[in-house]
Design a protein around this ligand. Structure first.
Ligand SMILES: Cc1ncc(COP(=O)(O)O)c(C=O)c1O
Length: 300
């Protein structure tokens, strides 16, 4: 196996202490994947694991992927490349003049950056465009946006096995959803006693179909979240929630994904939409580095 022990040592389930998390016998826990690894923690390591192992097995030396100015994925890929001996190239939607601390750190970890227009970026899911992105590079492989694709399933299976070993009886697993890759991979591998609740950070109508293609249509559900149509900004109500959560629970949330998950879950509990006595495990999918994209005051 490519990875070292930090990826096989279980992360903790931390019980939330605030009174609003324990009404009507409900118990809420945070699965602290953010604590697994400072650079690859959250859902990054498990989505990248299979891609890295396959690339290594196929003799690849260079990994190419895409992302935005504050991309958690490119940031993690750059550091994974540095740690495991791959050259990396990040194709970024935007202009070099707008380089962010996220991209500067990716560069410092050895990633070559290539900036493309919005129009060109729209082609990123096309096989021809992906092949073209690798063509001038030696032994290079394209990794889909966010680490999606079949290769993500092996690492997610590993995380699912860890969660299944920590949770017996009926429970909900609450996960933040972007592309839906994490939800689909976990759903596929988790036992039936764990129902997966996805909280969409972005309005993307193709997500349910993509999840169903990988995981079928049973045992999971999607919920809309506050501000999911304006993710470039952090609505004040979410910024306030994030701050209150941090001081009550001593857990930092990221400003795109986990803040929307926890704020919506809080609303659902208050509205009586979470069954009495339910145990809810919330996956902390990391992404704290991206907080700098919203405000220097939120910098991790
Ligand atoms: C911190 C964080 N949480 C959740 C997600 C959503 O993951 P997915 O695209 O697999 O649904 C992402 C995106 O990769 C992320 O960066």
């Amino acid at each position: 196996m490519l990875y070292s022990p930090e990826f096989t040592r279980p992360t903790r389930l931390q019980r939330l202490q605030g009174a609003q998390w324990q009404v009507r016998g409900i118990q809420v826990f945070m699965k602290r994947e953010d604590e697994r690894d400072a650079l690859l923690g959250g859902n990054k390591w498990c989505k990248l694991l299979g891609h890295l192992e396959q690339a290594r097995a196929d003799g690849m030396q260079h990994l190419v992927s895409v992302g935005g100015l504050w991309s958690n994925h490119l940031h993690a890929l750059a550091h994974a490349g540095q740690r495991y001996g791959f050259a990396t190239t990040g194709i970024v939607r935007g202009e070099a003049a707008h380089i962010t601390p996220t991209l500067r750190e990716a560069q410092a970890a050895g990633m070559q950056l290539k900036f493309v227009s919005r129009e060109e970026y729209r082609q990123r899911h096309e096989a021809g465009w992906q092949a073209q992105a690798c063509v001038a590079l030696s032994h290079a492989r394209f990794i889909p946006e966010g680490g999606a694709g079949e290769q993500s399933l092996s690492g997610l299976q590993q995380m699912a096995a860890e969660i299944a070993g920590q949770v017996s009886g009926e429970a909900w697993l609450a996960v933040a959803v972007g592309s839906g890759t994490t939800l689909a991979g976990l759903r596929r591998a988790l036992p039936g006693n764990i129902r997966v609740q996805g909280f969409q950070a972005f309005a993307d109508a193709s997500v349910p179909e993509r999840i169903a293609a990988l995981a079928g249509s049973e045992g999971w559900q999607l919920h809309e979240t506050q501000g999911m149509r304006q993710h470039a900004r952090l609505p004040q109500a979410l910024a306030d929630f994030m701050q209150a959560f941090s001081s009550e629970e001593n857990i930092e949330l990221d400003s795109v994904y986990t803040v929307r998950l926890m704020a919506r879950l809080d609303e659902m509990i208050r509205a009586g939409d979470v069954p009495d006595g339910c145990r809810v495990i919330c996956l902390h999918s990391g992404g704290l580095q991206g907080r700098r994209g919203h405000s220097p005051a939120l910098a991790a």
